[in-house]
Design a protein around this ligand. Structure first.
Ligand SMILES: [Zn+2]
Length: 195
């Protein structure tokens, strides 16, 4: 079966299974005999330089691309022979990544991206928002709210640091639904206490 170019986005908060979904999508293409290339940002070395590792420990080999020079993607030696490209942690890349992705789509590639839609304050990551608008399909994934067990919407920080990009894990971030997030954020403002 010949592949048609298509852009699919998996977005959501941390711990929502975005990397797991990306691997599942890649594996389904491998089962069909398609060539798959996994890509990750080079600044993301939490677990491994050359692998994408999900929270449950599954890993696949991945090529690292500099977050500031995303057009490196177009110069990966085997990119032209690759039919399917799976990009993880898309929110970390410079906006030029959008042009690189457009170029690959014009060459007929199938592209899957996983990434955070919102930062720790509930503000959209620009690159994710723009790619969501351009994509053929968007999968919104949800972790479970730490507080009430409903679908999580955002992943606030446990500490007070303010920069938008900060790597972290369970010790730094926690998933919250919209209601619990608003209650936490505006508790002082509205003057109500959580029950
Ligand atoms: Zn909640």
């Amino acid at each position: 079966m010949k592949l048609k170019s298509k852009l699919v986005l998996n977005v959501g908060g941390m711990f929502s299974g975005k990397s797991t979904e990306l691997q599942r999508q890649g594996e389904r293409h491998e089962l069909r005999g398609h060539s798959v290339l996994y890509v990750k940002p080079s600044m993301d070395n939490r677990y491994s330089e050359n692998e994408i590792v999900t929270h449950n420990g599954n890993k696949v080999h991945a090529v690292s691309v500099d977050t500031q020079k995303p057009d490196e993607l177009l110069f990966i030696t085997r990119i032209m022979q690759t039919q399917v490209i799976c990009i993880d942690e898309i929110q970390f890349f410079d906006l030029n990544m959008i042009e690189a992705i457009d170029g690959l789509l014009k060459l007929g590639k199938r592209i899957y991206c996983s990434g955070l839609d919102l930062d720790f304050e509930g503000k959209p990551f620009e690159i994710t928002a723009l790619l969501m608008a351009k994509s053929d399909e968007v999968n919104k994934l949800h972790a479970v709210c730490d507080n009430c067990g409903h679908d999580a919407w955002v992943t606030p920080r446990k500490t007070g640091e303010k920069e938008q990009v900060k790597l972290g894990e369970k010790e730094n971030y926690y998933p919250l639904c919209r209601t619990c997030f608003y209650e936490e954020q505006y508790q002082g403002f509205w003057g109500f206490e959580k029950e």
